[in-house]
Design a protein around this ligand. Structure first.
Ligand code: F0G
Length: 480
């Protein structure tokens, strides 16, 4: 690790970045490496062939052809020796596995919810809650869409309504809590459709598609108060809630001296339940859950989980996976872990900003987002600039990123036209505890190299489009 003070706290609007008050080397990792996974370094010719075969879609590349894999932070984390030891204590009984009870205990202790339904991953929980709470014709407000979350809401007959603050749609705005819900937008929806048609508001902490931007505690409190007045439930998407808690600790006044578990507990106390992809925050490779306070909703979920996931005490997971996730909750709540995790992302962000690379600011929790509209101003949004940029980065260096723009946004189910999101982004997502600072430096050099040659990058045309979540499997060709 370099011993300069890379870590700075994020600037408040109108204020310069402040050096962190804690120690030098603030983001150095609180772990050492015990086992390594060897990587293949490919040639440019190999990458050209691999990319063509993948239809210019980084999701369709073989992982063996990737050098630094920043596709996602989902399920790509390195588990600790303590988690691996827990895997050996897997109780693979069909019913009543001890690992389920361990997980239940930690969900109750750290998140504070009463009832737990394990699911194979986050979307399993989204499926259950959408089916249980949404009736055809309902509206579900949320602080920006997430792909799988919105799709499950739509499949249940609901309509997603974006109620995030306007600042979230700008890559330049420095609001430290760009994930916040705009209460006026929620009030306007209630006035328009009536509270009875709004079964719940879905609040993501942090907001993935806005750049990993957090929600403030004050906003969660205000959302709760408004929804309570109208009898509307609050369901958190707690996928990256620990990272949100860390941002509250370092950015929101009154929380600097609170522990991450205290902050997490308070965040969840303003909600009725949560859907959770354990594959992110919780430092595992698979797993998720639905947590809920209401008995009736729990009972219904316990019924449905048997149909779609597995018995209610395993929900599609092996006992050992529940144990790893349960132990992951404890490790994920560690402030030193979060400081290193987010510090690594901030380190890359600062280096890219120094090189004038257009990225979403402030830097969020799990990823750096390149602003493809600013990066490739010569391309129209229908030329899929972010898809093209992700492809070019792979060609340059074997680094795999992900499109988060018009391809991910999909089509309006009514009109059939593309959604045109304001943010056309390439996401460089950081798996937890996986890559070193030297990997980060290679990444920065590669992005700078691509930026210097950006004029040569051509747009793409879509030659195959799947019906659902098209970004996963769509294929493209370069525009001649
Ligand atoms: N909610 C958020 C905010 C997510 O980021 C994800 C997954 C999910 C829900 C769904 O969880 O994958 O376990 O079913 N995001 C991954 C990503 C896929 O790469 O951002 P899942």
């Amino acid at each position: 690790m370099s011993n300069t003070t890379h870590h700075t706290t994020q600037p408040k609007p109108g204020q310069p970045a402040q050096p962190a008050t804690h120690v030098k080397r603030a983001w150095a990792e609180p772990f050492k490496i015990k086992m390594v996974e060897l990587l293949k370094v490919t040639t440019r010719e190999e990458r050209v062939a691999a990319l063509q075969e993948a239809g210019y879609n980084t999701f369709l590349l073989k992982s063996d052809d990737v050098y630094i894999d920043l596709l996602t932070d989902s399920g790509t984390n390195a588990m600790s020796d303590v988690q691996w030891a827990g895997m050996m204590l897997g109780d693979e009984a069909y019913a009543g596995s001890r690992n389920y009870y361990n997980l239940e205990q930690n969900v109750q202790k750290y998140y504070g919810y009463k009832h737990l339904i394990p699911t194979h991953q986050g979307r399993g929980a989204e499926h259950l809650i959408s089916r249980i709470l949404i009736k055809p014709g309902d509206f579900v407000p949320g602080n920006m869409y997430f792909t799988t979350t919105r799709l499950h809401q739509e499949l249940a007959g609901g309509t997603f309504v974006d109620v995030i603050v306007d600042e979230a749609h700008s890559s330049e705005n420095l609001n430290p809590f760009k994930g916040n819900v705009d209460l006026k937008k929620v009030e306007a929806l209630i006035a328009k459709v009536g509270a009875k048609k709004i079964p719940y508001i879905s609040v993501a902490v942090t907001v993935n598609m806005a750049g990993g931007q957090p929600v403030s505690m004050q906003n969660l409190r205000d959302v709760r108060a408004l929804c309570k007045k109208h009898g509307i439930r609050v369901i958190l998407d707690a996928t990256r809630a620990m990272e949100n808690a860390y941002f509250i600790k370092v950015r929101e006044s009154g929380y600097a001296d609170k522990s991450i578990p205290e902050i997490l507990h308070e965040m969840c106390s303003y909600s009725d339940g949560a859907t959770m992809s354990g594959k992110k925050d919780l430092l595992v490779n698979i797993g998720g859950f639905l947590a809920i306070n209401e008995w009736d909703v729990f009972e219904e979920a316990r019924n449905l989980v048997v149909v779609y996931e597995g018995l209610h005490t395993y929900g599609g997971l092996a006992g050992r996976d529940m144990e790893a996730m349960s132990r992951g909750i404890v490790e994920a709540c560690d402030a030193d872990h979060l400081r290193a995790r987010i510090g690594q992302v901030e380190y890359v962000g600062e280096r890219l900003l120094q090189a004038d690379i257009p990225i979403v600011k402030p830097v969020g929790g799990h990823a750096i987002f390149l602003d493809a509209k600013k990066f490739l101003p010569h391309l129209k949004q229908t030329d899929f600039p972010a898809q093209a940029l992700a492809a070019e980065l792979y060609l340059e260096s074997g680094i795999r990123a992900m499109e988060r723009g018009i391809v991910s946004a999909g089509r309006n189910k009514e009109t059939g036209d593309h959604y045109y999101p304001a943010l056309e982004l390439v996401r460089l997502t950081f798996p937890r505890r996986v890559y070193t600072q030297a990997h980060c430096d290679v990444l920065v050099e590669s992005v700078i190299e691509v930026f210097q040659n950006r004029q040569k990058i051509k747009g793409l045309k879509m030659v195959y489009e799947p019906k659902y979540l098209r970004f996963f499997q769509a294929k493209f060709e370069p525009i001649a």
